[in-house]
Structures are given as structure tokens and as C-alpha cells.
Design a protein around this ligand. Structure first.
Ligand code: HEM
Length: 415
């Protein structure tokens, strides 16, 4: 029996076991612009079809990021100002902030990291694989993105575990196991001016200040130096608020997400051993396989926009000020765009997924880097193992924002 629309449930717990694909299929088919009464505040519109998600992300004039792109909560003006990162701006402000960091993430700039990524990946696998049985998230997937990010930002490599812990506690604040502060808890009110209403955002800011102070005195060619030394033609520099939020954005966005594309890629290959074998035999499929891992994993489940004027979509009236949530994971499994969407198909083509956004100004800054990290991980891993199997079910984060594995116990057989 099909679920009635009134029963659509999208709280964090609905994502604890798996993505509730049947809920998104129902909305795509019966109510592509669906009003959701939210338990923690004013409700929001759910956009679930591929074409609509792309249209909303592109149309930043009607669907603005200025009042928050990540938080579903209704922010007061002081919260909006304090928490605003590049992600929460529209052009032209957005274009000038993005121009400061863009150069370091172009396909050309990223291609120059290839050898570094390969060396880091080999080191990670040299340490983990000989153990035979280990947690793939902890020992492998978590390690590569943070080590790369430490080098790009120019923060001490020995701080990687601290950065991971802060990111997990911020992003995983809706999960009971990760030690964060739940954003609906009364105590979080103290941190309402920090991203994710999190005390760990404050700690990360303080840490960023130390690094910034040091780089101002001894600039190098790393990204933190670039941020602290940046000046426009009128002599304006980044304010402390702009530095803090950019630093936090890079640490969180560059670390928590790519970890998940690597972890989901591993899970998908374990669930489809014939695909794992084929990829081992035909490494030239790695390009399409990486895109499919990106679509299938959809590490970010949704992003938010806010309507700047009354508008209509599929004959539904959206009012100025309404929150509009683009469910990327639903668009990535829209059968109108992706035939047999639940099938993991390493040869899928075309594969114009929205995992990194699509067409809008906020298209993921790190998309090329994330793809290269994920591709290199499997290029290096697969020739070294004849099998990878789960030894227990992987555990998932309670979150409707990140499609995240917390643990993934595996056993590997050397090739
Ligand atoms: C698989 C990994 C990743 C996924 C799924 C992902 C996803 C996304 C998405 C969907 C957006 C658009 C947000 C919006 O429309 O409001 C975005 C933006 C962004 N991502 Fe990623 N990302 C990933 C990896 C990375 C990496 C490695 C970095 C590197 C530092 C990064 C940095 C950023 C930044 C800075 C933005 C904001 C861009 C802007 O506002 O113009 N991401 N990401």
C-alpha cells in the first residue's frame, strides 16, 4: 500500500536506517512542491523533481541563499549576519567572495595535486589494509579528505584529528552518538550566533584565529595565507567574520562530504561485487564509476533557499519569505532523469547528477577535488584486494542533511 502524503516524515530519524526513497518517489509523483509542517519551527516547501531542483538552484534572484542555505531553522537578523558564510550570500557579494578562493580549486589547480593525493592514499592503505579487519570509515574514508585539506589550508597535519572531531560534532549534532549539541536543545541557545548553533564552531573559530595570526606574520602559499593577506583594489580586507565563516566552511565542506562519497562508494561496491570485479578488470571505467558513486552517494541530502517574492511552481503558490528545500538526493534518484535509479551502474551515461549542485552560482567549489580524491581511492584500493566484505552492518548518522556513515566494519582479502 502506498504511503499517504500526510505521513511524509523527514526528520533526522527518518534517515537513520537508509534514505527513505519511497517517500521521495511519492512526493515526486504526487506532490512535486509539497508543504512540510516542520516539528521545530515554520514549515517549508519540498522540491523533489530533478528539473525543479536545478531550476531553483539556478534562479538565485527568486530563491535566495541570503537567509541561510544550510539551516532549516528560521534565523533572526542577528543570527543571519553572524552566521553568514559565502554559501549564504547571493551575487554580487557571493561572486567577490568566491573569486578569492576559486583559483585554488579549478580543474587545472586540482590536477596538480594528483601525485600528492596518490601518495597520501597509498600511505593510508599501507596502514589500514594489513590489519585485515577494520572500520573503513575511521581508517580510510575519514583520512584522505582531511589530510588533503590540512595541506591546502596550511594547518599542521597533526591537527587532523581535532578538525575531524569538530566537524563531526557540528555536522552530526542531530545524532545521539557523535557528542555534538542538538540544535533543538535549550543549551544550544547560547551558541545561536554560531553555525549549527554549535560550541564546536566557536572552538574552530578560535583555532582559525591562531593559524591566521601566524600566517599574517609568516605568509606562505597556502590558502589561509591567501585569505589573511587578501586585499581588493580599494584596500578592503576580509573581516574577522568573513574569515571565520570561510575557514569553517572549507573545513566542514571539504571534509565531511568527500569522506561520505568514499564510504558510500565502498558500500556500493560491496553490495555489487560484480561491479567491483568489473572495475578491477576495466580501470578505464573509473571515470563513469566515479560519477555514479557521486550520484548514488548524494552526500548532501538537501540545501535550502528562501523565496524573495511570491512565485508559482507546478501551480503551487510559494509566498515571499517561504523556505524552499531542494532535496538533492531525490533529484539524483528521479526516474525521469536516471533510468532505474536505484541500480548502481558504473557505466551510467549521461549522469548529470546534482550531487554538487548544478547550474547555480554555488556549484560546489571542491567538486573536482572531491571527484579526484574518490577516483584515486578506488584506483589504488581495488588492485590491492581480491575482496572487501562487511563484517557487520554499517551504521548511519541520524541526519536529514548529510547522508553519512558513522562506521563500516570490513574484512579485506589481499590480492
Ligand atoms: C563529495 C563531496 C562533496 C559534495 C557532495 C559537495 C556538495 C556541495 C554542494 C551541493 C554545494 C552547493 C551548495 C548550495 O547550492 O547552496 C557545495 C558548495 C560548496 N562546497 Fe562542496 N561538496 C563536496 C566536496 C567539497 C570539497 C572537497 C570542498 C573543498 C574545500 C568543498 C567546498 C565547498 C564550498 C566552499 C562550497 C560553497 C560554494 C559557494 O557558495 O559558492 N566541497 N558543495
Amino acid at each position: 500500500m502506498t504511503q499517504p502524503l500526510a505521513d511524509v516524515y523527514l526528520d533526522n530519524d527518518a534517515f537513520a536506517e537508509r534514505i527513505p526513497h519511497e517517500t521521495f518517489t511519492l512526493m515526486r509523483h504526487q506532490a512535486p512542491v509539497h508543504w512540510y509542517d516542520w516539528e521545530y519551527g515554520k514549515g517549508f516547501w519540498c522540491i523533489t523533481r530533478y528539473d525543479d531542483v536545478v531550476a531553483v538552484l539556478k534562479d538565485w534572484r527568486t530563491f535566495s541563499s541570503e537567509t541561510g542555505a544550510t539551516a532549516l531553522e528560521d534565523l533572526d537578523p542577528d543570527q543571519i549576519e553572524a552566521r553568514k558564510s559565502m554559501l549564504d550570500t547571493d551575487p554580487p557579494k557571493h561572486s567577490s567572495l568566491r573569486a578569492i578562493v576559486n583559483k585554488g580549486f579549478t580543474p587545472r589547480a586540482v590536477a596538480a595535486y594528483e601525485q600528492l593525493l596518490r601518495d597520501l592514499t597509498r600511505q593510508i592503505l599501507d596502514e589500514s589494509l594489513p590489519r585485515g579487519e577494520f572500520d573503513f570509515v575511521e581508517e580510510v574514508a575519514k583520512q584522505l579528505p582531511i589530510q588533503v585539506l590540512c595541506r591546502i589550508l596550511g594547518v599542521p597535519l597533526s591537527d587532523d584529528e581535532r578538525l575531524i572531531a569538530w566537524g563531526d560534532k557540528m555536522i552530526g549534532n542531530t545524532d545521539p552518538d557523535l557528542g555534538g549539541l542538538h540544535p533543538a536543545s535549550p543549551e544550544s541557545a547560547k551558541y545561536r550566533l554560531y553555525p549549527f548553533r554549535s560550541p564546536y564552531a566557536m572552538e574552530l573559530y578560535n583555532y582559525g584565529h591562531e593559524i591566521a595570526r601566524e600566517r599574517r606574520e609568516h605568509p606562505t602559499d597556502d590558502l589561509v595565507s591567501k585569505l589573511v593577506m587578501w586585499e581588493d583594489e580599494d584596500g578592503n580586507r576580509l573581516t574577522e567574520q568573513e574569515f571565520d565563516t570561510m575557514f569553517l566552511l572549507l573545513v566542514v565542506a571539504g571534509n565531511e562530504t568527500t569522506r561520505q562519497s568514499i564510504a558510500h562508494g565502498m558500500q556500493a561496491l560491496m553490495d555489487n561485487p560484480e561491479a567491483m570485479q568489473r572495475l578491477r578488470e576495466q580501470p578505464d571505467l573509473m571515470g563513469t564509476a566515479t560519477e555514479e558513486i557521486m550520484r548514488y552517494s548524494s552526500p548532501v541530502i538537501h540545501f535550502r533557499r528562501t523565496a524573495t517574492s511570491d512565485t508559482e511552481l507546478h501551480d503551487v503558490r510559494i509566498r515571499e519569505g517561504d523556505k524552499v528545500v531542494t532535496w538533492l538526493v531525490s533529484a539524483n534518484y528521479d526516474e525521469q532523469q536516471f533510468p532505474d535509479p536505484l541500480r548502481f551502474d558504473i557505466t551510467r551515461k549521461p549522469n548529470n547528477h546534482v550531487t554538487f549542485g548544478r547550474g547555480g552560482p554555488h556549484f560546489c567549489l571542491g567538486a573536482h577535488l572531491a571527484k579526484l580524491e574518490t577516483r584515486i581511492m578506488f584506483e589504488e584500493l581495488l588492485p590491492r584486494v581480491s575482496a572487501v566484505e562487511p563484517t557487520a552492518p554499517a551504521s548511519r548518522m541520524h541526519s536529514n542533511f548529510t547522508n553519512a556513515y558513522k562506521t563500516m566494519p570490513v574484512r579485506v582479502t589481499p590480492a
